[in-house]
Design a protein around this ligand. Structure first.
Ligand code: UD1
Ligand code: CA
Length: 451
């Protein structure tokens, strides 16, 4: 059985933040979220997240996706692992990850489990030009891993070592919990270090080894906001490259911001300064022009979006949106629609082939098919206390600058004269006109000018 323990109880002092370190987002998703997603992709059955500082935020975010162990007070990484008592007595292997290492990839986790099949312990290491603040991997003359020494406890010679501890380990679960009983806190920080298990396992004659991770950035720990920016840069590049290899054109990957869980179809073209967030799904052959922002949007094939904002809403095949439009709150634009300049839709349905090209607000409305909405139309959905719905049926024509005071229904093929304020429903095929009649004062224009 595959299990995991994610250490996320620490304060993250160096972040200088009121927010728990592991809740800081990388590509708009908390670090801890990336780690749990990677574990889920590897079919890890039991995931225990060790929480302490800011525990409530972590639990609220991860909900029932994982199990929790509380570490209070926080007496070090070894002490944190001891709290994951749910795994005590389990068969199989346990991977230990740090909540501040968001870049770890499922392939690497899988490889660690694979390699640990023949060992009691696998420590993931990487080789850096300078070992910085990481724990150093001390090997004996034969090249076996002898121990890990924290930078703060290193001799000057040990500090020269370039191979470092990534903080990721894989253990035989039962041996892990046996070993934990022997960890002491006689070190520079008076903490219980998980790293001491390497020496403890060696003394017990249990076989351990190091697995070197090729790209040291993948296992970087985020300790401050400079690290956070580095992690963001690395992940953004990985995400963008994945989409490009899948057939998406990203004109300027440096300035395109796509979250990890976004899906994009082939031959879609993304212009610079576009944000695609959370669970946004984009079809094939879509064009997203500059400065568009999409969150949890669902965009079908052959759509064009120009400098617009689309949140929790759908756009059907062949439709165009923008420039400068805003679709929000469960709006559904169906197929071959045209949503033009400066148009806002909220919680509304807009049927196939309908058009709304300029300067309009449609809220809490159900529009049928082939409807033409003129310029400057407003659905008046709110009386200051309650919201009301507007219904417009197939083939209707809404003249420019009409107000539809909800609740109101406009029938099939009905016509609303431009400039009308419509308070009563209009039946199928009828015309609604609601404005005062024009009168002409002959010669008044010239008279006024000469005055
Ligand atoms: C740790 C390792 C170090 C390694 C580095 C890799 C130890 C003693 N040191 O150092 O060898 O090179 O990670 O990034 O293991 N945590 C708890 N409870 C605690 C202490 C920490 O849950 O009592 C969690 C933190 O929230 C964090 C993770 O463990 O997510 C790592 O802790 P941190 O203090 O960042 O360890 P490092 O000093 O970076
Ligand atoms: Ca760290």
């Amino acid at each position: 059985m595959k299990s995991a323990i994610v250490l996320a109880a620490g304060k993250g002092t160096r972040m200088k933040s009121a927010l728990n370190k592991v809740m800081h987002p990388v590509c708009n998703k908390p670090m801890i979220g990336h780690i749990v997603s990677a574990l889920k992709k590897c079919d890890v059955e039991k995931i225990v997240v060790v929480v302490g500082h800011g525990a409530e935020d972590v639990k609220e975010y991860l909900k029932d996706d994982v199990m929790y162990a509380l570490q209070s007070p926080q007496l070090g990484t070894g002490h944190a692992v001891m709290q994951a008592s749910q795994l005590e007595g389990s068969d199989g292997d346990t991977i230990i990850l740090c909540g501040d290492g968001p870049l770890i990839q499922p392939e690497t986790i899988q490889k660690a489990f694979e390699e640990n099949k023949e060992y009691s312990l696998t420590v993931l290491t990487s080789v850096l030009p300078d070992g910085e603040r990481y724990g150093r991997i001390v090997r004996d003359a034969a090249g076996n891993v002898e121990k890990i020494v924290e930078a703060k406890d290193c001799t000057p010679e040990e500090l020269e070592i370039k191979e470092i501890n990534t903080g990721i380990f894989c253990f035989k679960t039962k041996e892990l919990f046996e070993g934990l009983k022997e960890i002491r806190n006689d070190n520079a920080q008076s903490e219980y270090y998980i790293t001491d298990l390497v020496e403890i396992f060696n003394k017990k004659g249990l076989k351990g080894h190091a697995m070197i991770v090729d790209d040291p950035e993948e296992t970087m720990g985020v300790n401050d906001r400079v690290d956070l920016a580095k992690a963001q840069k690395w992940m953004k590049r990985r995400i963008n490259e994945r989409h490009m290899y899948n057939g998406v054109t990203i004109i300027d990957p440096e300035h395109t911001y796509i979250d990890a869980d976004v899906e994009i179809g082939q031959d879609t073209v993304i212009y610079p300064n576009v944000f695609l967030q959370e669970h946004t799904r984009i079809g094939n052959n879509v064009t997203i022009l500059p400065n568009s922002f999409l969150r949890n949007a669902e965009i079908a094939d052959d759509v064009t979006i120009d400098s617009s904002k689309i949140v929790e809403s759908k756009v059907g095949k062949g439709s165009t949106v923008g420039p400068m439009s805003h679709l929000r709150n469960q709006t559904e634009i169906c197929e071959n629609c045209r949503i033009g300049n400066f148009v806002e839709f909220k919680n509304s349905h807009f049927g196939n082939g309908s058009k709304c090209a300029h300067l309009t607000y449609i809220g809490d409305s159900d529009f049928g098919e082939r409807i033409n909405v003129g310029c400057g139309v407003v659905t008046v959905n709110y009386d200051g206390k309650h919201k009301f719905r507007t219904t417009v049926k197939d083939g209707a024509f809404i003249g420019s600058n009409c107000n539809l005071i909800a609740p109101v229904t406009i029938g099939e093929n009905a016509l609303l004269a431009a400039g009308s304020t419509i308070t009563d429903s209009v039946q199928d095929g009828d015309m609604g006109i609601a404005r005062s009649r024009q009168s002409i004062k002959p010669g008044f224009g010239t008279k006024y000018k000469n005055k």
